[in-house]
Design a protein around this ligand. Structure first.
Ligand code: ZN
Length: 579
């Protein structure tokens, strides 16, 4: 697990330690750098403009300050460009997405500062310039990495002229336009190249050499090499004001509409997502990212394999437009599963209003993928992520579905996160989060808490009592707060504060919030009366824990206020975390 952050100074002990680790990596990975350049590093950060360039250091470190990689960038403030000098993982650390996360962060910063683009040097992948096959291979993979961002070598210039004829591997000058598809003009690139060469090689190369290289930039606009490795650039432009490490990563279930139960009165409908999205998308707080696809093994890690297989099979066997509602309920696992698939539904279900249909499996699987995508971003160092999904998941237990839920997305996410540290799940849906309670009931590494309507009057009726505290090793690690039928914002907050104290004592590394918006006034499935400003206050309290948070959408069915309440919740969460 790592986070990406910019180091502004070396005043704190953690930052001192981080910078000295960066120096150690530089010595180990770049044996040709002058020792002076390495020892000057802290001073460059404190006195950023001393050398005419602003020095910017990004690190990927874990929560204990162990540096796993870093990037060192120069920002030229007059010509306003970035020059990426070094980007490297610590020795022995590769393939964990650190390079990509660091480079993403550099691009964010460049966009934030409205730079013309990022320049960097890459060793050549042309066999005539790089004869050693091993080095050639490394060079090619590096160029491929940058090509995915649309960054490619500038061609038709003398930049690759070796300083002395026997030098191998003269570098290309690579340019990343930050996805803006704007031409790089000759008049702009010439002083840029001059500044780079003087800054980087001033003592090594003659003014004549620099002049020769600069004047070799004759194309206007400058031309980039045709893509060689990547058919389509995968990193879209991100027009923005706030760098992404201060934004909430937003993952939307792009397949939720395929799951549309048209029976009258079925409140868990696609319009819910639309209303939330409309309300939050123009706030500037969110960074929408694509959904990644994950193996089903993450689901099987928290759900009974037989149940998962059944759900998949029954859904795929159903014809378009047909729903199966469970109607026979073999008492929990004491009976054999009925042979007939439609009849067997009740073996794995807890109620009579959660239908199976052709697309339920696919939509639920995609919701899990969204939550896991959020986890990956949290692990990459983004502090806040929101999986805006339906169907919801918090009523799905180890071996059963129900309450509009099929797979428990928040539990799958928490289980995955638990490989990297302690996790707390806070369920703020109006209904008890019986799913994750059941799944983690005997575990002490995942604390489950739920604030909900008392089961004496609220779904799911059979669980959510205060006496359910966990079992075995998990004893004490499940906390229920069943509340009365009438609850307003103030009463709610008193309980939320208690829950947050429990969470603080547990000292989790990650928090998963199962976000129900059904505590809201007028929700057709609830009885409480929270309004927008209450959701904002709740979000702020949760954010102020300053723990990385993955929010997974659960219930909330009042179409008139679901969007505005979501917006207030996230604005509070954001302020709580960053202010
Ligand atoms: Zn609910």
């Amino acid at each position: 697990m790592f986070r990406i952050r910019r180091i502004y100074d070396t005043s704190s002990p953690v930052n001192k330690m981080v910078v000295s680790q960066v120096q150690a990596i530089l010595r180990a990975q770049f044996p040709f750098i002058m020792e002076d350049d390495i020892t000057q590093l802290p001073e460059k950060l404190i006195n950023p403009l001393k050398l005419g360039f602003r020095s910017i250091l990004f690190v990927a470190d874990d929560l204990r300050g162990n540096v796993q990689g870093f990037a060192f960038v120069y920002h030229e403030p007059n010509l306003n460009f970035f020059y990426l000098d070094y980007i490297s993982s610590a020795k022995g650390i590769t393939g964990r997405g650190i390079g990509g996360a660091l480079y993403d962060r550099i691009r964010q910063e460049a966009l934030y500062l409205n730079c013309s683009g990022i320049f960097l040097e890459c060793l050549p992948d042309d066999p005539s310039l790089s004869s050693d096959p091993e080095i050639h291979k490394q060079n090619a993979s590096r160029l491929k990495f940058y090509e995915r961002y649309g960054a490619r070598p500038i061609v038709n210039t003398a930049y690759e002229t070796p300083l002395s004829p026997q030098d191998e591997n003269p570098p290309y000058l690579v340019y990343d336009d930050l996805g803006r598809k704007k031409d790089l003009r000759r008049a702009q690139v010439r002083p840029t190249v001059k500044a780079i060469l003087e800054g980087k090689y001033g003592e090594m190369c003659s003014p004549e050499y620099i002049k020769m290289v600069v004047s070799s930039f004759t194309d206007d606009p400058v031309r980039l090499r045709e893509p060689r490795y990547v058919k389509k650039e995968t990193i879209p432009m991100v027009p923005q004001v706030v760098p992404t490490d201060r934004r909430i990563v937003l993952i939307i279930n792009d397949k939720h509409q395929i799951h549309h139960v048209r029976e009258r009165g079925y409140v868990e409908s696609p319009i819910r997502i639309k209303h939330i999205l409309q309300a939050i998308e123009n706030t500037g707080l969110f960074e929408k990212v694509p959904v990644r696809t994950f193996s089903e093994k993450y689901i099987r890690s928290v759900h009974n394999v037989k149940f998962v297989n059944y759900l998949k099979k029954v859904c795929f066997n159903l014809p378009e437009g047909k729903s199966v509602y469970p109607y026979v309920f073999p008492i929990r696992n004491s009976a054999r599963p009925p042979k007939e698939l439609a009849v067997r539904a009740g073996y794995y279900c807890i109620d009579t209003f959660t239908p199976l249909n052709r697309n339920a499996y696919l939509a639920a699987k995609r919701a899990v993928d969204c939550a896991l995508t959020g986890v990956n971003h949290i692990l990459e160092g983004y502090p806040l992520a929101y999986a805006l999904v339906r169907p919801p998941g918090h009523h799905a237990e180890w071996g059963s579905f129900g309450g509009f839920c099929y797979f428990n997305s928040n539990a799958v996410a928490a289980d995955y996160l638990s490989q990297y540290g302690k996790v707390a799940i806070l369920d703020v849906d109006y209904h008890h989060g019986n799913g994750q309670q059941d799944i983690f009931y005997q575990r002490s590494d995942v604390l489950t808490l739920s604030i909900h309507g008392h089961p004496s009057f609220a779904y799911p009726y059979f669980s959510g009592f205060a006496a359910e505290r966990g079992f075995g090793r998990g004893e004490g690690f499940n906390v229920n707060y069943p509340l009365a039928e009438k609850v307003d914002g103030k009463r709610y907050r008193e309980t939320l504060e208690k829950a947050l104290i429990k969470i603080k004592r547990f000292r989790p590394d990650f928090l998963v919030v199962a976000l129900g918006l059904d505590p809201a006034k007028g929700d057709p499935t609830g009885s409480w009366s929270l309004v927008a400003k209450d959701f904002e206050a709740n979000g702020r309290l949760i954010g102020s824990l300053k723990i990385p948070v993955l929010v997974v959408q659960e219930g909330g069915y009042n179409q008139r206020n679901i969007g505005i309440n979501a917006r207030h919740f996230f604005s509070g969460l954001w302020k709580g975390y960053f202010e």
